[in-house]
Design a protein around this ligand. Structure first.
Ligand code: GDP
Length: 140
């Protein structure tokens, strides 16, 4: 299996409830290593750009408003099969459908306020990492 890098966001519902450490523990327990991390207040422009793929969806406005409502933690995770492994640890988008033990099952409040973002493929992982981090900030 290949060592991969993936992009993660700990969303405002989690930073607001001081759950950052509990979420990171889930990543680490799954064998993922945090190789870059910063707490930021996302701007509206950043959130709209990051989620541009969803701009025609009915929840786009709500999603952008949520993502800029409180600080977030943007991170790069590294490990074997990191992209799929992170998606597994995150659980389904809607916490009602998420498997036991996943981050979203344990912590998410709703389909919108669902605690974490994680890249869904190698190309999006690379683009999303670049969106928030310079190469020199990734320390593997
Ligand atoms: P993900 O890859 O599991 O994060 O899911 P998607 O790419 O389908 O959606 C991106 C994000 O949009 C989700 O993580 C949610 O925060 C939000 N989202 C998705 N569906 C809905 C919805 O029906 N209502 C609201 N308010 N937000 C949604």
């Amino acid at each position: 299996m290949a060592i991969e890098r993936t992009f993660s966001i700990i969303k405002p519902d989690a930073t607001r409830r001081n759950l950052t450490g509990k979420v990171v523990a889930k990543f680490e327990d799954a064998g993922l290593r945090v190789i870059a991390s910063k707490r930021i207040q996302m701007s509206r422009e950043q959130a709209e750009g990051f989620y541009a793929v969803h701009k025609e969806r009915p929840f786009f406005g709500e999603l952008v408003d949520f993502m800029i409502s409180e600080p977030v933690i943007v991170q790069v995770l590294e490990g074997e099969n990191a992209i799929a492994k992170n998606r597994e640890v995150m659980g389904a988008t809607n916490p009602a459908d998420a498997d036991a033990g996943t981050i979203r099952k344990e912590f998410a409040l709703s389909i919108g306020e669902n605690t974490v973002h994680g890249s869904d493929a190698a190309n999006t992982a690379a683009e999303e990492i670049k969106f928030f981090f310079a190469d020199a900030e990734l320390v593997g």
